[in-house]
Design a protein around this ligand. Structure first.
Ligand SMILES: CSC[C@H]1O[C@@H](n2cnc3c(O)ncnc32)[C@H](O)[C@@H]1O
Ligand SMILES: [Zn+2]
Length: 441
């Protein structure tokens, strides 16, 4: 078999099976896919003519999956810190977005996010933001994999004026990107407090017809629950259940303030949860009971949320935070061990997005979406267990190389398809424009 690239490494952590660490192994890649995973010595004999890349001090892991973000919000990083969600959103972020969000804003903000995410080992992101067609285009230009949201709000924005227009533009997006190898689309109604029943019912029907995920903020804060009780007499989860929205294609983001009944509903209906620990902490939103959800059989993935509420797009950081926070929330140091946190940041993300047949683990037949993490530095010595080091000791700065569909998008920490100098200049220009408005709000 003709092999394009043979990656040999000190460790390969395939994630499936859980907890396995392969020492001195190799991944053979052809036409963007993993075609073999075997001991390095055997690989060299079997594929003598393959282009070889050696990683003697690295672990190769599946590319990390950011299962919830608003990529272009990188341009709003640090503009409105230290406020609770509703004040942050309604008094600061939404006014700024109303004034500034445009195709150019989303293009430049997405490029900044792509560079940051690649340097953090992320190979796929699930996005919810205005001008999703621009996000998709920028991701493809860079070579990154993305799920872009057919967003939906009750109120107008620069992208659409009415719920009907959001949905028709979303469907056009679906048609435009159908069958693209790097892009998927998902319905992305913003939240229970910003989308009313009628458009949600349309989403339910369309999502079933088109077999698409539904990606939505849900149970983010206690305030959301209070509002829902006032307007609908129901907890948001109960309302969505009544609307028949919850099911195996539903991706619920945040999920704090959960009672036993809520967990039972989510588990029974097979919905997925995306845990965004740093955003939840920074906005003082609450705690997602990850250990209880996992115990109930719910698939829990990891997201960063946007860079305006985090303030970085660092899935390695979230993975560590998720593992630590789960122990404190459960009162149990054995909750979310390192291998489970790594799985949340990879295969569980793929599963939530309906992409686990394609990505999320290093298995023969899957796309070659891979990150190389340098573990031979002083920060991870002495090295007893590479998975422990990855989750509890390493940081995203140790990611050196990244491949998506076999294409090397990060080489020795430098993006190969993005002009980082230009990205920085554009971000600086946006800073000047935004600063004037931010001071006034
Ligand atoms: C419909 S485009 C996405 C919309 O969501 C806003 N947003 C960003 N972070 C959060 C969050 O944590 N909860 C709710 N909404 C959020 C973003 O600013 C866009 O307006
Ligand atoms: Zn969000």
């Amino acid at each position: 078999m003709a092999i394009d690239t043979l990656l040999t490494a000190r460790w390969i952590i395939p994630v499936e099976p859980t907890g396995v660490i392969l020492e001195n192994h190799a991944l053979a890649i052809a036409a963007g896919r993993i075609v073999d995973l075997l001991p390095a010595a055997e690989a060299l004999a079997k594929y003598p003519d393959a282009g070889r890349e050696e990683f003697p001090g690295h672990a190769l892991i599946p590319g990390l999956i950011n299962a919830h973000t608003h990529a272009a919000m990188t341009l709003l990083r640090g503009i409105a810190d230290d406020r609770p969600l509703m004040e942050w959103l309604t008094d600061h972020i939404w006014p700024l977005e109303q004034k500034w969000v445009s195709e150019a804003f989303v293009r430049d903000g997405t490029d900044l996010a792509l560079a940051e995410m690649l340097r953090g080992g992320i190979t796929c992101f699930n996005d919810m933001y205005f001008f999703p067609e621009v996000t998709a285009r920028q991701a493809v230009q860079c070579g990154m994999r993305a799920v872009v949201g057919m967003i939906l709000l009750d109120f107008p924005s620069a992208w659409a004026a009415t719920p009907e227009e959001y949905l028709s533009k979303g469907l056009a997006l679906h048609d435009e990107w159908r069958n693209h190898p790097l892009i998927e689309v998902a319905f992305a109604p913003h939240a229970p407090y910003s989308v009313s029943d009628e458009p949600l019912l349309k989403v339910r029907t369309l999502a079933a017809e088109l077999d698409r995920p539904i990606h939505m903020h849900l149970h983010e804060t206690a305030d959301e629950l209070r509002q829902s009780r006032q307007h609908y007499g129901l907890r948001p989860i109960q309302r969505l259940k009544q609307l028949d929205l919850l099911g195996p294609n539903f991706v619920a983001v945040h999920m704090t303030q959960l009672e036993a009944d809520d967990i039972a509903v989510v588990a029974e209906l097979g919905a997925h949860v995306v845990h965004c620990p740093e955003s939840n902490l920074k906005l003082a939103s609450g705690f997602c009971p990850v250990a209880k959800l996992a115990e109930a059989g719910v698939n829990v993935a990891i997201g960063t949320d946007g860079a305006a509420s985090n303030n970085d797009l660092d899935v390695m950081g979230e993975m560590r935070m998720a593992a630590l926070l789960a122990k404190a929330v459960a009162g149990d140091a054995s909750a979310v061990p390192a291998h489970a946190a790594l799985r949340m940041a990879t295969l569980n993300g793929a599963k939530a997005l309906g992409l686990d047949g394609e990505i999320g683990s290093l298995e023969v037949g899957k796309a070659a979406d891979i990150a190389a993490v340098y573990l031979d530095g002083i920060e991870t010595q002495p090295l007893f267990d590479p998975i422990s080091d990855l989750v509890y000791a390493a940081s995203r700065h140790q990611i050196t190389d990244v491949w998506v569909a076999g294409r090397r998008l990060l080489k020795n920490r430098a993006p190969t398809t993005l002009d980082t100098q230009e990205i920085r200049q554009k971000a600086a220009a946006w800073r000047e424009k935004l600063l004037a408005t931010a001071k006034a709000t």
